[in-house]
Structure formats: C-alpha cells, structure tokens
Design a protein around this ligand. Structure first.
Ligand SMILES: C[S@@+](CC[C@H](N)C(=O)[O-])C[C@H]1O[C@@H](n2cnc3c(N)ncnc32)[C@H](O)[C@@H]1O
Length: 277
C-alpha cells in the first residue's frame, strides 16, 4: 500500500467513545437519571456518545453490565433487520466480543434463541464473559468455522458481521493491511456469507456487515452471493444515522449502506440486508 493511500486511511479513523445502554440490566430512564457520565444523544435510542476522557471499562456501570462500549456504527447492523420478534431462531456467525449478540438479546428481551459462533478459542472466552456481564441468557455459544456451517434452512435471522481489514476503523489494522490481506479476507467473507445464507430459512433475512471500506470485502462479496444463489435478493437498508449509498457500479448500490467516519464521527461500516425467497 502506498504512503498516500495510508495517509488518507489514517485520516479516516475517528477516536470517539460510544456506549449502548443495556436494558436487559437497567431501564434507560433509570440509567440516565443516575449516571455521572456526560452523554450526548445519537440517532439510536440506546446509543450515546461519551464526552471527555473516561475509561469506561473501569466504571461501575460497566461492571454491572448497564452498558457496553461499542462504536455507533457497529450498533447499526442489528438495526438493519426489518424487525425483531421473540421466539425466533437467530444465528450470529461471527460473534465475539458479543456487541451485536447482546444487542440482539436486548431487542428480543432475551427471548430469541441465539446461536453465537466464533472460530477462535480466545475470542470465545471474551464473548462468554461479555454475555454474562450483560445478563444475556438466551445464547448457545459454539466454537466453529462459519465457512462450513452444518445447518440448512434453520434460522429466521442470520447476522454475518464478518472479520475484515478494518480500514477506516482501526489504526492498528491499517498498519498491517496489504492488498494481499484484503484479498485473503474477501475469500473468507465470500465463503462465510454463502454458508450462512444456506443456514437461513426461506423467507428469512440476513444482514452482512463489515467495518471496512474496500469494495472487495463489501459490494463484491454481496455480488458473489447473488451470482451463486438465485433465491437471494437485496433489500433496502434503513438506518437511524447518516449513511451513503454503496458503490455506483453495482445495481444494488442504492439498497446497501456505507457509513463513513466523516458523516457520523464513528468508524466506517458497510451494511447489506438480504432476503431468501
Ligand atoms: C468483526 S468481529 C465480530 C464482532 C462482533 N460481531 C461484535 O459485534 O462484537 C469478527 C469475528 O469473526 C471471527 N472469525 C474469523 N474467522 C471466522 C470463521 N471462519 N468462522 C467464525 N468466526 C470467525 C473472529 O474471531 C472475530 O471475533
């Protein structure tokens, strides 16, 4: 990657702290009444920006599970689903550290049966400790490779928040990213999305997301699914924060969402919603 490309990407990374208030443990009104954190509203009811230099992970509210630190953009994929109902089966195909798994549990009041998968053992313990802290009780945690899932036509909703190059999200990731790494990531993402789509029930919906800006890991992965699965259709994503369309060379560009750091003061994200007919 050239110096100019790197400098541009470094400029994208925004250093802001956001929390999601976890209503599985505390009501929103009680939390807001009692917290000493200085918070600003966002477009999402439970998402707040934290002002000042606070170590959230050391606060009592964090230990009590009243909140989870999560970027504003990363709260969006769960909101991209058309609705959340109790008593449904949900697959989270790349779940650790559990930000979105616990958000799904929150939106379904712990009443959906969630299968949360991650491939790496170390990440599984992180996932389990976060779910425990946040009072999530409806999750079956499984260590496996989501490129080869055993389920067919099983889940009502599937989330693929894929591992990615994190360009536009993390300075650390930027330092180790090469074009080759992006290509390798895209290969994993294509396989994960195909396998996760096969696990989705007919009539169900899947959200694919990444925290990166590359075409290879975003629109191209979705296009690959459409080429290989004739029963996949793209549905328009609606989000409560500012976002842009996808890259124009794709016919579904106005249906997917690109969240850019300069529009929302949070990390870059890509979100697509796919239906199985
Ligand atoms: C972007 S993170 C997920 C973040 C998570 N959804 C959240 O909101 O907290 C991607 C995760 O995918 C996992 N992963 C990478 N390759 C995988 C694979 N082949 N199968 C399942 N999980 C995988 C990584 O260990 C990592 O924890």
């Amino acid at each position: 990657m050239g110096i100019e490309e790197r400098e541009f990407l470094e400029e994208l990374v925004v250093d802001r702290t956001y929390i999601r208030v976890n209503t599985l443990k505390v009501s929103l009104s009680r939390f807001l009444k009692n917290t000493e954190l200085e918070l600003s509203k966002t477009g999402y009811k439970y998402g707040y920006r934290v002002e000042g230099d606070v170590k959230i992970g050391k606060t009592m509210e964090y230990f009590l599970g009243y909140l989870h630190t999560q970027s504003l953009s990363s709260m969006m994929p769960v909101l991209a689903f058309s609705s959340w109902k109790d008593n449904i089966e949900v697959l989270d195909a790349a779940a650790s550290p559990g930000g979105k798994t616990s958000q799904i549990a929150q939106h379904t009041s712990n009443k959906a049966a969630i299968t949360a998968i991650d491939k790496r053992t170390g990440r599984i313990s992180l996932l389990v400790s976060n779910l425990e802290r946040l009072g999530v009780v409806s999750v079956n945690v499984v260590r496996r490779d989501s490129r080869k899932l055993p389920w067919k036509n099983t889940f009502n909703k599937v989330l693929v928040d894929a591992p990615c190059s994190s360009l536009g999200s993390s300075l650390f990731a930027l330092r180790k990213t090469t074009h080759r790494r992006v290509r390798d990531m895209a290969r994993v993402q294509r396989k994960m999305l195909l396998s996760a789509f096969d696990a989705l029930k007919e009539g169900g919906e899947l959200v694919y997301s990444t925290c990166t800006i590359t075409e290879e890991e975003n629109e191209a992965v979705v296009a690959n699914l459409l080429e290989n699965r004739s029963n996949a259709t793209i549905e328009r994503v609606k989000l409560p924060i500012r976002h842009s369309k996808g890259l124009e060379s794709y016919e579904f560009s106005d249906k997917v969402a690109r969240i850019y750091p300069w529009e929302v003061e949070s990390e870059a994200f890509f979100v697509a919603r796919i239906k199985k007919s």
